[in-house]
Ligand binder design. Structure first.
Ligand code: NAP
Length: 309
């Protein structure tokens, strides 16, 4: 019997990825949605999670697709109602919140799958395997996109807990922490805040791996023309480039094709969620989030031109 799943927050990512992935999923059946504004055909629709939990006690799982500011309250309520929870990135508005959610999942003996969708991009597993036996000598992340194109009207990104340019940038850090055989810390950061907003529109980070090697990261929401979601890593025996957010992989300038039959990021995320539920395990890794939080803590802040959403 498939697990009965309720989806919370019917915005861009729910419509673009979660609903199509769930339609094809065997382990899950999408039976309910909660949204203040939207309705999804063919399922029970509720105005909020509270009403959904009350109206459909038979739900096994809740998948949360709201902005990070709403994650903690929703995930806590779902876990306490005895549901397994899948959480979109970034995990929560503050680092303490995700730690508390992990504790609560253990206490309730329910699965918490705190996702990093970019780790499920086609080139990431092969990149991690290639790097495993190599010595890193340097690295560069270039993550630049046009916020007007990719996040139209999303005011929440500019509010506290919305992450600004780190909303996409944290994806790069999730891939970096997944593929590198070393841990990394933030050495320095410069964050650019529009004079009328509360979150950065651009950020430069200097990261240092535990073997002392420096990895630089450039995040920018003001990119016009070609967009880039690239990670370049050099080693003593060759170099690697992940492009298109981890979907493309080149090693020493030659394209490497993904494993045959590999499903897309979101079908793989839901397959992983199903395995975790059946094994009674959780998966939580807040290292990318800590790097972002550390950039906010130690970063130099610059004020730049206003940004209109
Ligand atoms: P979105 O289009 O703004 O949709 C978010 C939905 O959450 C809204 O439609 C809203 O639905 C609901 N919501 C509940 N509480 C909210 C609040 N306090 N403020 C605003 N909306 C609230 O955002 P999105 O692009 O889908 O992103 C949602 C999450 O997915 C974010 O954490 C984002 O980082 C992540 N994500 C996005 C993408 C992408 O390409 N867009 C990719 C991967 C991950 P109702 O008003 O109907 O309740």
């Amino acid at each position: 019997m498939p697990l009965k799943l309720g989806l919370v927050g019917i915005g861009k990512i729910a419509r673009d990825q979660h609903i199509p992935a769930l339609k094809e999923s065997r382990p899950f059946e999408l039976v309910a949605c909660a949204s203040r504004n939207a309705k999804v055909d063919g399922v029970a629709n509720f105005l909020d999670l509270e009403a959904m939990l009350k109206g459909m006690p038979q739900l096994d799982c809740i998948s949360i697709c709201t902005p990070p500011q709403a994650h903690f309250t929703a995930a806590l309520a779902a876990l306490r109602a005895g549901k397994h929870v899948m959480l979109e990135k970034p995990p929560s508005a503050t680092t303490r919140q995700i730690a508390l959610l992990a504790d609560e999942a253990a206490r309730c003996r329910r699965t918490l799958f705190q996702t990093w969708h970019s780790r499920f991009a086609a080139g990431v597993d092969a990149a991690r395997e290639w790097l495993r036996a190599r010595t890193l000598t340097g690295g560069r992340i270039i993550w630049k996109e046009d916020v007007h194109h990719w996040h139209p009207g999303q005011q929440w990104i500019w509010e506290p807990g919305g992450f600004g340019v780190f909303d996409p940038g944290i994806n790069a850090l999730s891939v970096l922490t997944e593929v590198l055989p070393h841990e990394v810390c933030v050495d320095n950061a410069v964050l650019e805040f529009p004079s009328n907003q509360q979150a950065p529109i651009a950020a430069n980070l200097q990261l240092r791996a535990e073997n002392g090697v420096r990895v630089d990261a450039e995040f920018d929401f003001r990119q016009k023309g070609e967009q880039s979601w690239d990670i370049e890593l050099t080693t003593t025996s060759g170099k690697l480039k992940l492009s298109q957010g981890g979907a493309g992989l080149e090693i020493d300038g030659k394209a490497v094709s993904a494993a045959a039959g590999l499903a897309g990021e979101y079908p793989r995320l839901y397959a992983r969620f199903a395995s975790l539920c059946s094994e009674g395990k959780s998966e939580v890794d807040w290292r990318p989030f800590q790097l972002v939080a550390d950039a906010f803590l130690i970063g130099e802040r610059k004020t730049v031109a206003p940004h209109h959403v």
